[in-house]
Design a protein around this ligand. Structure first.
Ligand code: AMP
Length: 425
């Protein structure tokens, strides 16, 4: 074995798995189009301050999970993107997209990087699809974003997902709540471990996420965020829920759902999958009206978005047996050459078929006919086409259906007419 291995927390994706990836990606592109979202691609790295300013210094992502480096000794620090929202908002502001139209609906499928301890469902390079609706965050906009996400799951036939939802209120509501939560938790602090004490200090909302049973018991008696919301915030949240119900999406209100990042406000949501074990979040999102201003935009820009982990989505699909039915694009024809001396003729036949749009393969390693047939079956080719001396003379070739074993003799033109309507439209 070579001394070189993929870096811990990264994965190779081989052709056998790509079929499922491409299927999921094609559903995402289709659903995004249906909802009027257009694709955006931003750079893989950004200046570090962008993430510090947007995600928040006190979050785990910025505090300990970013891959940060300085390309020039005295130059600015840059970071491999740990999420997409900041970069998309940066691009939106930088290119003044708001001048062209007040509302932009953008989506992406992108690789991200976080220095987390690798484990099942947690990688250091992973991929997310997500959407950002920038310029509106009305209940209709929020419902549309959630609706698009759920439609992707529905079209992929993923089952048993739970949509959990909460309202974080506006900035003032949240600050009042954080004060009340801190006051409530303070007397318990001496019994907390160091990380909980640190969270209490820097970002008390994050304690609500704690998996520690002792802390969970304390949280059960804590004040609830929902009781601190203004009348408008409650009304806004109820209208979002109303749309979800109208559109047939079931949800669970989860008062402990706060999401880790600083820029969320009002509606926040998360989708969990029972197939994922400890790392059960498949995706999540919410409103982030304050982000644009945080990044230097003069005007506030309402916005709402979500991100779904592709790997966790794929794991869920595999566990639910949804990956098996997805057919790869197998070759239509495998050209079986009687003898290596006829290779040039096989190349010509292959070339003619490909120019007609038929997915064709031939032996490139001078193998025996038996080995070529084995390869044709292994590649799941639909047909084998035999090229031998007599076929070359008569210009009539044996075409064998590898499923039914039926064989017929056809000219190349007849082969093209037979196969083209099947697969190439
Ligand atoms: P977040 O941006 O942390 O809310 O993550 C959104 C989704 O991305 C999660 O629900 C996961 O599905 C996925 N995700 C986040 N971090 C990782 C990771 N380290 N490895 C794999 N998937 C991840």
């Amino acid at each position: 074995m070579s001394q070189f291995r993929a870096v811990k927390g990264t994965k190779d994706i081989f052709p056998g798995d790509i079929t499922l990836w491409k299927h999921v990606e094609s559903v995402i592109h289709k659903v995004a189009g249906l909802y009027g979202f257009r694709e955006i691609r931003t750079p893989v790295f950004e200046y570090t301050e962008l993430f510090q300013r947007s995600i928040g210094i006190s979050t785990d992502i910025v505090g300990k999970e970013m891959f940060t480096f300085r390309p020039e000794e005295k130059g600015r620090s840059i970071t491999l993107r740990p999420e997409m929202t900041a970069g998309v908002m940066r691009a939106f502001i930088q290119s003044n997209l708001a001048a062209a139209s007040p509302v932009h609906k953008l989506y992406y499928i992108a690789d991200l990087f976080r220095k987390e301890r690798p484990q099942a469902g947690r990688q250091r390079q992973f991929s997310q699809f997500g959407a950002e609706l920038i310029g509106a965050s009305s209940p209709e906009a929020v419902a549309e974003v959630i609706g698009m996400m759920m439609r992707v799951f529905a079209d992929l036939e993923v089952r048993e997902l739970e949509l959990r939802i909460n309202s974080l209120g506006d900035v003032d509501d949240r600050l009042r709540y954080i004060r009340a939560l801190r006051d409530y938790l303070q007397p318990y602090a001496p019994g907390f471990d160091e990380s909980a004490r640190e969270r209490l200090e820097k970002n008390p909302l994050r304690i609500l996420d704690s998996k520690d049973p002792g802390i969970q018991a304390i949280i059960a008696g804590a004040p609830k965020l929902i009781d601190f919301l203004s009348v408008q915030a409650v009304d806004d949240f109820e209208r979002v829920l109303h749309y979800l119900e109208k559109e047939g999406m079931s949800y669970i209100i989860d008062p402990l759902l706060v999401r880790g990042l600083d820029y969320y406000c009002h509606t926040a949501f998360e989708v969990t999958s029972p197939e994922l074990g400890a790392q059960d979040a498949i995706g999540g999102g919410g409103r982030y009206d304050g982000l644009a201003k945080q990044l230097g935009s003069k005007a506030g820009v309402p916005a709402v978005g979500f991100a779904v982990g592709m790997e966790r989505l794929l794991i869920t699909m595999e566990k639910q047996g949804l990956a098996e039915h997805i057919e790869p694009e197998n070759p239509q024809v495998y050209i079986v050459t009687q003898d290596p001396s006829l290779a040039e003729h096989a190349v010509n036949v292959c070339d003619t078929l490909r120019k007609s749009g038929i997915r064709s393969l031939m032996d490139l390693a001078g193998r025996s006919m038996k080995a070529q047939m084995r390869e044709a079956n292994r590649m799941r080719a639909a047909y084998a086409l035999f090229v031998g001396e007599s076929e070359i003379q008569s210009k009539v070739y044996g075409l064998k259906n590898l499923g039914s074993s039926e064989q017929e003799s056809l000219s190349i033109q007849e082969v093209i007419e037979k196969l083209k309507p099947l697969h190439y439209s």
